[in-house]
Design a protein around this ligand. Structure first.
Ligand code: MG
Ligand code: MG
Length: 249
């Protein structure tokens, strides 16, 4: 069921989203060669829980053991932070995080270059981020989900990247994942019609190689089938009469 949020509930999500945006900025400023993904997870937990008295939405969600998903290079999403995973110059790190307040959640992700990365990885990062912004240009009250997916896919493929199909965006509110499904591909003018005050997480996941994926034996981490690097960029947005408001910048 797709829910339309009240102005009061959107205001709660706006406050949660601000904490989440600040958390991701802190991680972007902090992540350096030599750190472990576990250290980043602890920094995010402390910032969300101790500094801001908010809820890390992913911790214990479906049994997930951490505040952050940390995924490196060919890992697309759902990597588990670890003391053994040390960041190295040239890696592409994806951090995905959720913040909840007063029963409402927000979800966002960034791709972070660790030191200097290759020109191919740099382009992948930039195209992935820009594909999100190309997507939201078509959104407003009455816009269709296929038009959003089409805009993201068209931009990604025109720039030589492939779009992961099995992992998609989603509605968000009292739980992290709600209806509707929000694919990063689609046909213009097709799909469900969005309306003002719906809240969705839009999250293009683009690969430098093929679009196919696999899951690792840990039961969580998703990787590219061909081992090529992947990037991820996500924000929670609210649909408005004439566009969107991004809640997690
Ligand atoms: Mg999400
Ligand atoms: Mg996410």
């Amino acid at each position: 069921m797709v829910t339309v949020k009240s102005p009061e509930h959107i205001e709660i999500m706006r406050r949660a989203g601000k904490i989440l945006g600040d958390t991701l900025r802190l991680l972007e400023e902090t992540a350096k060669p030599g750190m472990t993904t576990k250290e980043l997870d602890e920094i995010a937990y402390d910032f969300i829980v101790k500094r801001n008295h908010a809820i890390p939405s992913f911790l214990h969600y479906d049994g997930f053991p951490a505040t952050l998903c940390t995924s490196i290079d060919d890992e697309i999403v759902h990597g588990i932070p670890s003391k053994k995973r040390v960041l190295k110059e040239g890696m592409l790190l994806k951090v995905d995080c959720g913040v909840g307040l007063e029963g409402y959640h927000t979800d966002a992700a960034r791709t972070i270059a660790i030191g200097e990365v290759s020109p191919e990885k740099r382009k992948l990062m930039e195209v992935t981020k820009q594909s999100f912004f190309e997507g939201i240009k078509v959104l407003k009250d009455g816009a269709r989900l296929g038009t959003l997916g089409h805009a993201i896919q068209t931009y990604a493929e025109a720039n030589g990247m492939s779009v992961v199909r099995e992992l998609i965006g989603h509605g968000i509110g009292t739980t992290v994942h709600e209806d509707p499904d929000v694919p990063n591909y689609g046909h213009e003018g097709r799909g469900m019609r969005l309306s003002a005050n719906m809240t969705i997480a839009i999250e293009p996941m683009l690969n430098l190689g093929g679009k196919e994926i696999c899951q690792l034996a840990d039961g969580w981490t998703i990787v590219t089938a061909d081992g090529s690097p992947s990037a991820h960029y996500e924000n929670t947005v609210v649909i408005t009469d004439d566009g969107v408001e991004i809640l997690t910048l």
